[in-house]
Design a protein around this ligand. Structure first.
Ligand code: PLP
Length: 240
């Protein structure tokens, strides 16, 4: 074990990096939101982040999240599911989370719609797109996004808000921008095409620690950062 991370300082540094990228790329202040990825990390670390003014948290592992969310028990926290979705686990996502970034099938969208509890607002949904064409990555092919939106646009217990991608790691800044640009163009195209059926299709969840600036340059509205805030994960536990 390494020493405990200074979560408030790490959050401040991450916010500074986001703000600097916004200034550099002419993005309005506040147009990029930080999703703090707390997967595998204990409730105490989430509480430290909440105390430092961070309210959005990303989780990949349902079993971990199912105990952590009530343990944190803070109504200011908004939980985002960002992991692979097994269709038999949708009830937990529909009941516990405010957002899900990784929807890529009609079946999962329909189950989330049917299972969203009546006392909660519609679940905010992003569609995951495989923008770098890797066989191993989850998500829709870009050409399959519009047909899926057409199928699920009228499910009123979910709100389809935009797109998410996890491009292949790439060190070169200009090359990093390519899949992000593609995701932005796809979002714009879908927003126009479905303007009469889908309201607020504005979000782009893209960019992690290594490609945050390129994502912001191309219009990210959510960047997802884990390790730089909460410290390294024990990779043997979950393999991610
Ligand atoms: C884990 C994860 C992140 C954060 O990764 P770090 O390397 O810890 O910053 C972002 N997005 C997704 C989808 C993840 O699974």
């Amino acid at each position: 074990m390494t020493s405990a991370p200074d979560i408030a300082a790490n959050l401040a540094a991450t916010r500074d990096a986001i703000d600097a990228a916004c200034r550099k790329w002419d993005r309005p202040a506040g147009s990029v939101r930080l999703l703090a990825v707390s997967k595998t990390k204990p409730a105490a670390m989430v509480n430290a982040a909440l105390a430092a003014g961070q309210y959005d948290f990303g989780e990949n592992y349902l079993q971990d999240a199912e105990s952590k969310i009530p343990e944190v028990g803070d109504p200011r926290a908004t939980w985002h599911f960002i992991g692979a979705i097994q269709s038999n686990k949708t009830r937990t996502i529909a009941g516990r989370f405010g957002w899900v970034h990784t929807v890529s099938s009609e079946k999962v969208a329909r189950r989330l719609h049917e299972q969203r509890p009546d006392n909660l607002p519609p679940l905010q949904v992003l569609l995951q797109v495989n923008v770098s064409g890797e066989a191993s990555k989850g998500g829709l092919e870009p050409g399959d996004v519009a047909p899926l939106v057409s199928e699920i646009a009228d499910y009123d217990r979910i709100a389809i808000r935009g797109l998410m991608a996890i491009p292949a790691p790439e060190p070169d800044f200009e090359k990093q921008r390519v899949p992000f640009r593609r995701l932005r163009e796809l979002r714009d195209e879908i927003a126009v095409r479905f303007a009469d059926r889908v309201v607020g299709f504005t979000e782009l969840s893209m960019g992690m620690s290594g490609d945050l600036e390129a994502a912001i340059a191309e219009g990210a509205t959510w960047v997802r950062v884990g390790t730089a805030i909460f410290g390294a994960r024990n990779t043997t536990a979950h393999g991610v």
